[in-house]
Write a new protein. Sequence first.
Length: 215
Amino acid sequence: MGEVSRLATRNTLTITTAIFDESGKWKDSAGVFVFAGFVTFPIILSQICEEWSGVLMSGRIAHTSMKEAMSFNGPYEGFTNRAGERDAIVRNLATVLSANRSKMACLASPMGTATINDFKNLPTQQQKAMRGDPYYGGFEACVRGALDTRSDTQFHVVCDLAEQYSEKCVEIFHQMRKLNPAIKSRCLGIAFSDDEYYPPLQMADMLAYCHRQPF
């Protein structure tokens, strides 16, 4: 029994969670998008979620997304004439991330017009390998980045449950594990969650949105 307990503790302490989300669509007129997120240990993620949820509760909203915050839609629909309150909620959420910056490894794969043009100029076969969408290049870059955050951990990946991406994401995930022994041995699995109910994806959404702004 003691040996089982030691193994359970060891495994808990050496498995991290990688949370990723995207901002923007590469086929939009702006032609810019970012795939970004962070890696941290589950126990730390739980603590950050408590702080994040506390800000949401104090602002009397159930969830958040940067797109909805900036357009006064979704949970921010009633803030049209209360922009200052909206701004305070967003700033307080950003403060949660900033205050915990040393506890997480943030990753981002921004793709501007030049990157999109490079993708369009790739041979058709290479484009097909990325499912015809540079989004998957961003996804792979972040997964590879997660490998580099620590050499002594394994990790699970969690992404947004988006119909247009989740199914294809599983395909590219399997392809990466097949072609890359490090990903196969250290990336234990992939899951998808509804960002309205899973605060870590809301955090990843904010990181992706912020990384997209310089473009």
